[in-house]
Write a protein that binds this ligand. Structure first.
Ligand code: ADP
Ligand code: MG
Length: 323
């Protein structure tokens, strides 16, 4: 299969998807550039991410999972800013032509794209070591995007879903152990929290998606907003799959594990009831885990009031936690 056949196959597979797109392109795949119409009154949000074989996924991962996750990672960035998915570009480098691999990959991509209403409007196809880059674009009403820099002392800190599951599954996979289905799903098929992000517009004061670990990503909100936070460890969600671990192991996975693609956000306390009421509608649970402080820094408070220190400086992803 030549480069052009690969592209043509992708184009055919995505042709039918057009009817499910939020913002069908004026001109999509097939010309030198795509033509996209931005509706009046909207801002375009653009995000790009590269997944490299051996770093972000393994060579024997299912191609459909690699594709779905690559797109989910970008959709998660759009979710964190409250954007509605519109268009994406796929720049892929493939070591060889493998029709079955390409077929599975495009199927996984199509599933994730269709679920979110985003349209594949172009890309680039090259030969070399396997890597996948996705650039995604979303739309928000002008001036409404959720940002990292709006948190204020007194705001509540919340997180969606069950952080720590993906890190557990990766740790088990690397150790050659079986994982519970929900942990495996969190690792292989993360669900971008698009409905939650949209629902938080006008309510949340700051928001970020959790890709590098809850503590590090909350830290980005604190830096951008020039404030601190106290997180109460007994308020973290308690996934059943993590129930066999010691508290210390669980907190380390949940706060430093990464790959969660949940949303961490801050909320003026008066908006708490509105957000707790949203949970059913947006399809994911949210939990208050702490509050924003005027003193800088992140304090992790145990139930007896003492501070827990994450071994983050020397912590390498997923090493040093026995299970
Ligand atoms: P050019 O050489 O002019 O950049 P290409 O041959 O790279 O054109 O691409 C032809 C068309 O196919 C363009 O519209 C491009 O956006 C699209 N395309 C190429 N690779 C991909 C891909 N992996 N996914 C989606 N669209 C692609
Ligand atoms: Mg090109």
């Amino acid at each position: 299969m030549s480069e052009f056949k690969l592209i043509a196959q992708l184009q055919n597979r995505f042709a039918l998807q057009q009817q499910f797109c939020n913002y069908p392109a004026v001109l999509g795949i097939g010309d030198d550039a795509a033509v996209l119409a931005v509706p009046p009154g909207k801002h375009v949000l653009v995000t790009t991410d590269t997944l490299v074989c051996g770093v972000h996924f393994l060579a024997d991962d299912k191609p459909a999972d690699i594709a779905a996750k690559a797109l989910a990672v970008s959709l998660s960035d759009l979710a964190a800013m409250g954007a509605e998915p519109a268009w994406f570009f796929l720049a892929i480098t493939l070591p060889q032509q493998d029709p079955q691999w390409w077929d599975d990959f495009s199927q996984g991509l199509l599933e994730m794209a269709t679920a979110s209403g985003i349209q594949l409007t172009g890309g680039d196809t090259t030969q070399g070591p396997l890597s996948v880059n996705i650039t995604a674009m979303g739309l928000v009403e002008q001036g409404t995007a959720l940002r990292r820099d709006g948190a204020n002392p007194g705001d509540l800190v919340l997180v969606s879903g069950q952080p720590g599951l993906a890190a557990l599954a990766l740790q088990q996979k690397l150790a050659g152990k079986q994982s519970q289905p929900d942990a495996l799903k969190a690792l292989q098929r993360p669900e971008p929290r698009l409905a939650l992000g949209r629902a938080l517009l006008g309510l949340a004061s700051a928001c970020i998606d959790v890709s590098d670990g809850l503590a590090a990503d909350l830290g980005h909100i604190l830096d951008a907003s020039n404030c601190g936070a106290e997180v109460f460890l007994d308020q973290l969600p308690k996934p059943v799959a993590l129930s066999n671990l010691s508290s210390e192991q669980r907190w380390t996975l949940q706060l430093a594990g990464g790959d969660d693609y949940e949303l961490c956000f801050t909320l003026p306390p008066e908006h708490e009831p509105a957000v707790l009421n949203l949970q059913k509608q947006v399809g994911v649970a949210v939990q208050v885990i702490g509050r924003i402080t005027s003193a800088n820094g992140l304090r992790l408070t145990q139930v007896d009031g003492s501070a827990f220190s994450l071994a983050n400086s020397g912590y390498q992803h997923f090493s040093g936690i026995a299970q």
